[in-house]
Design a protein around this ligand. Structure first.
Ligand code: GUN
Ligand code: FE
Length: 450
């Protein structure tokens, strides 16, 4: 931007902005001006009528404004609350077995390959590029048990400018594939090295997350040590819970002294207000009460739940218990790395569950749009920083062009702006995602330096 005064703002856009708030699942603000400060924070989002007042306050000229076309709009960046970066290597294949067999047959052997740092670099670079291109501005990643490769993942994420949590996976039990596990001592020591390694780097937007794989992969000793480690560093925790019936039976057999799966994590200090647990398809009311009490969140991964025939999560039940919920791709149990796919599958699952039932309605597209943006930010406890276009939050955003060249859908004169947004959410893809911003910085198209 030209004038010296204009340096107060890094970006100034005029057009349509669609986002969620606590009171409205989708607010479509047409004819608005949005300013982004140099710090990456949103300075204002106001109707164009306020232009003169804003221009005075922020020192910009009319020529500084970038005006969007009628086919374009901004929406908040998508939050993938659960994804396995190494599994991107086989995403789109091998979804023909139930969870425990799928882990043993495909997943553990695939993850064991990440001992090779060159292979890790190739897959992790591709996973970060692919998710960013598809509009994932924030991702909560599982890596593998290999500390150096997991540290490399964090480095790649930082280089591309994505916002993320990264977890080195912990597992000291692996009966089905003994080549892929650590000793209890190693797992704890390496997690400490991983957490310290990330914190020392002082990345602005990449954080460590303590990651016990799931109940059946961990001894009680490991779970409780990891719980303590999360407490000492006051950091996030992620794992899987109640994803499939086979898994739950195994947990009951392995940990007979615990009343349920939730208690296993809770008693070992792993259920906090910084915890995000994937799936939760079979959590009881009693367990959900504990989630609510502790402020722990759930990542709903509908593609994975269908692809591995794990089960169907009733989101309305989770919401009734006031438990925070985000959406995840769960690559590669979920075959798509795109959060647009997670949005669509979440709606489908909800429609299947609420089909023809009295007093029940399925989740609407707008509600699922909120889960994929604001909901994910709440589940990851980032909602004071991202999730929508509230003033003071960081500008994580997607510029959507609904008439991009080669767009996979068509618009007609009778389409309202709401129709246009719906068409993008149901039918669009990365061809429509023209630009991606994280904390006000343009990260897609990729800069030539990455
Ligand atoms: N449970 C334990 N590990 C995994 C995993 O890698 N993917 C899924 N979907 N569930 C798990
Ligand atoms: Fe998972």
């Amino acid at each position: 931007m030209g004038s010296p005064q204009a340096s107060l703002l890094a970006h100034l856009f005029k057009g349509t902005f669609a986002h969620s708030t606590c009171s409205s699942p989708m607010d479509i603000l047409q004819g608005h001006l949005l300013g982004v400060e140099e710090s990456g924070k949103i300075a204002f989002l106001e109707p164009v009528d306020e232009q003169e007042k804003l221009a005075k306050k922020w020192g910009f000229k009319a020529s500084d404004i970038r005006e969007l076309s009628n086919n374009e709009f901004f929406m908040p960046g998508l939050v993938d609350a659960h994804i396995h970066a190494p599994q991107y290597s086989f995403a789109g294949t091998r979804v023909d077995l139930p969870l425990l067999q799928w882990l043993k047959t495909y997943t553990f052997p695939a993850e064991a390959r990440f001992k090779d740092i060159d292979f890790a670099e190739e897959v992790y670079t591709r996973a970060v590029r692919r998710t960013l291109k598809n509009g994932t501005t924030t991702a909560c990643y599982f890596a593998t048990i290999h500390t150096d490769a997991s540290l490399l993942l964090a480095d790649i994420i930082d280089k591309f400018g994505q916002r993320a949590f990264v977890g080195k996976v912990c597992m000291d039990i692996s009966e089905s594939f003994p080549e892929y596990k650590e000793t209890t001592t190693e797992s704890l020591k390496e997690t400490e090295r991983f957490v310290r390694g990330i914190l020392e780097k002082k990345y602005p937007r990449v954080h460590p997350i303590v990651t016990p794989r799931f109940g059946p992969s961990c001894t009680e000793e490991l779970l409780s040590s990891l719980g303590n480690l999360a407490k000492v560093h006051d950091i996030h925790v992620q794992s899987h819970i109640s994803e499939s019936e086979g898994e739950i039976k195994l947990v009951e057999k392995m940990f007979p002294t615990y009343q349920n799966y939730t208690e296993l994590y809770d008693k070992n200090n792993l259920l906090t207000n910084k915890t995000i647990m994937a799936h939760g398809c079979y959590l009881s009311d009693e367990e959900l009460k504990v989630f609510n009490l502790k402020g722990a969140a759930i990542a709903h991964c509908p593609n994975s739940n269908i692809s591995l025939s794990s089960g169907l999560l009733n989101v309305k039940k989770i919401q009734k218990h006031n438990v925070k919920l985000g959406l995840g791709t769960d690559v590669a149990g979920g075959y798509s790395a795109s959060m647009l796919d997670a949005i669509r599958k979440a709606i489908m699952v909800s429609k299947v569950l609420h089909n023809n039932k009295e007093n029940e309605t399925a989740l609407s597209l707008k509600e699922v749009f909120r889960l994929a943006t604001l909901g994910g930010s709440q589940a990851l406890r980032l909602d004071t920083v991202i999730g929508n276009f509230e003033v003071g939050k960081e500008f994580d955003a997607l510029l959507i062009n609904t008439k991009a060249s080669d767009s996979p859908f068509d618009l007609f004169a009778s389409d309202t702006f709401e129709d246009i947004i719906q068409k993008f959410l149901y039918l669009g893809d990365d061809r429509n995602i023209e630009e991606v911003y994280v904390a006000g910085k343009l990260v897609v198209p990729f800069s030539s330096s990455v």
